[in-house]
Design a protein around this ligand. Structure first.
Ligand SMILES: Nc1ncnc2c1ncn2[C@@H]1O[C@H](COP(=O)(O)OP(=O)(O)OP(=O)(O)O)[C@@H](O)[C@H]1O
Length: 342
């Protein structure tokens, strides 16, 4: 899903990620490899925020880790390109070059970012490490960090002296954000940065991200399973289902004219996203097994608009509006029907 644009900072083309070792010889005893991200393309423009949503297991985190070229084993990129403006194809860079780019040109705040901290080091020690890796003078770096901490409503003096366990989860998350934007990356990937936080801390983190974006131009991919959060922070929404990007478009367009039945289900699930049994309220059923995918559309078994051809034909991506792309054979009629009702 892509629209060539001159101000694109990150261009992902046809990216596939598999968990599992490649087959050796004819007989395979281990489980077949699971395709977690399957031929996904996405362009991120300078300064924009894409809210990337989807159920657990849809491949959102894998997509984020793959962009950083930091996949946990046995994950591996089997296809595609990740072009970062000015740095080339990240898939093909060596580790030394990647280490220099990570943090400086492209940053990531991980799911449960608290684990990024060494319990034996103060926050100031952590920051010093970052300055050292990127060759930044200690005092200059510290001044920059202090300003960002103020923006993140953190008590600078106390936080710098503290060990990670002395801070609350929300404070650690805010420090993680400060640490990841300190080098002013062009792109920041945030993997569920608000999931483990209470409602107040969630709102604060979203406000802080907005505030930081207003002073330093930075494109973001904000991964979440929550449509409301994605539409609150995002300029565009990207919806992943079973390793594929099934709908991408500007927030308002997707909201008003959701054209994939899965996206419609996600919207119908807001605000009570999941039921007690873990199913999405608006989308009954479970995603397919990623090691044994169906032949046609991956959503067919859960789709209330399924037709015979959906079970045999892999859907193409259709453009239903300006920068609004949908992977469903019925996207155009579904979009028209929805817009009549809003
Ligand atoms: N380290 C791993 N080893 C094997 N399979 C994995 C590994 N990590 C993820 N997977 C598989 O890849 C698929 C995508 O997982 P991923 O964590 O990227 O999804 P997600 O949308 O980020 O889910 P969540 O919202 O729960 O984080 C799933 O089928 C998952 O089981």
């Amino acid at each position: 899903m892509s629209h060539q644009d001159s101000d694109v900072v990150l261009s992902v083309r046809d990216l596939s990620v598999v968990y599992g070792a490649p087959a050796k010889g004819r007989k395979r005893k281990s489980a077949p490899p699971a395709v977690a991200v399957d031929h996904v393309s996405l362009d991120l423009k300078a300064g924009e925020c894409i809210g990337l949503i989807g159920e657990s297991g849809s491949g959102k985190s894998t997509f984020g880790y793959a962009i950083m070229n930091l996949l946990p084993k046995p994950g591996r990129i089997t296809n595609g390109k990740i072009e970062l403006l000015g740095s080339g194809d990240l898939v093909r860079l060596d580790n030394r070059r990647l280490a220099a780019i990570r943090g400086k040109q492209i940053g990531m705040v991980f799911q449960g970012a608290q684990s990024m901290f060494n319990p034996l080091m103060t926050i100031q020690d952590h920051l010093r490490d970052i300055f050292r890796v990127h060759g930044v003078d200690n005092q200059t770096g510290l001044n920059e960090a202090k300003e960002l901490m103020n923006r993140a409503r953190l008590d600078v003096g106390r936080v710098l002296r503290s060990y990670p366990h002395e801070l609350s989860g929300g404070m650690r998350q805010r420090v993680a954000i400060v640490a990841s934007v300190m080098m002013k990356p062009d792109v920041l990937i945030l993997d569920e940065p608000t999931t483990a936080l209470d409602a107040l801390s969630q709102t604060l983190v979203l406000d802080i991200l907005r505030d930081i974006r207003s002073v330093q131009s930075m494109a973001m991919i904000f991964i979440t399973h929550d449509f409301a959060v994605a539409s609150n922070i995002g300029d565009r929404i990207a919806v992943m289902y079973a390793g594929q990007m099934v709908e991408v478009g500007p927030v308002l367009d997707v909201y008003r004219r959701a054209s994939h039945p899965y996206t419609r289900g996600l919207i119908a699930s807001v605000p009570s996203l999941t039921r007690a049994d873990g199913e999405l309220a608006g989308v009954p059923g479970q995603p397919p097994n990623m090691s044994d995918l169906p032949k046609g559309c991956r959503f067919a078994d859960r789709c209330n608009l399924v037709t015979e051809q959906c079970r045999t034909r892999v859907p193409e991506t259709l453009t239903v509006g300006n920068e609004h792309d949908v992977m469903c054979v019925r996207a155009i009629e579904i979009g028209e029907e929805v817009s009549v009702h809003v």
